[in-house]
Ligand binder design. Structure first.
Ligand code: PNS
Length: 157
């Protein structure tokens, strides 16, 4: 059984994230979404709420689980018995940072392979930061985040 982890801040989860989750869940036997619990990043939503939102939007995917983590990603992957780290790439602008992280994770523990998946072009401009900006100014979030989360996100702003 091959397990992959898909880590991120998910503050909040977007349709771009969900697209990667759905596609990665078809490639691996088990996909564990790792929600980074790091208060120094000053997230809008607590790690518990971000994880809850992810569980709500992935409830149709039987081989997907969600957990929070703090500390190193390779330690989380090890605890989950994963061999693969899945990351999404939206544009070449993401590449440099993601490439550096993949090399760092490999240096920390050579056991893990980072697999990059290209975000569907229709989501390539969506980010959690952009979603928060739109929500802050009461813009329409339709199409940016899963429909069932829109009220929860709006309430926060
Ligand atoms: O959604 P994000 O904020 O781009 O996700 C970043 C994340 C969570 C993947 C990254 O910050 C991470 O892996 N943090 C855990 C700490 C760690 O392992 N650091 C070393 C590799 S950068």
């Amino acid at each position: 059984m091959q397990t992959a982890v898909y880590p991120g801040s998910f503050d909040p989860v977007t349709n771009g994230h969900l697209d990667i989750i759905e596609r990665a869940s078809r490639l691996y036997d088990r996909l564990v979404i790792g929600v980074l619990d790091n208060s120094s990043k000053s997230p809008v939503f607590s790690a518990a709420v971000r994880a809850e939102m992810l569980r709500d939007v992935t409830s149709h995917l039987e081989n997907v689980e969600v957990d929070t983590f703090s500390g190193l990603l390779v330690d989380f992957a090890s605890a989950k018995k994963a061999e693969v780290i899945v990351k999404g790439l939206r544009t070449v602008a993401d590449f440099e940072y993601e490439f550096q992280m993949a090399l760092l994770n490999k240096a920390l523990n050579s056991h893990y392979e980072t697999v990059f998946m290209m975000t569907d072009t229709k989501y390539s401009y969506i980010s959690s930061s952009m979603v928060k900006e739109v929500a802050k100014y009461h813009g329409d979030l339709t199409g940016f985040v899963p429909q069932i989360l829109i009220d929860r996100i709006r309430e926060k702003f």
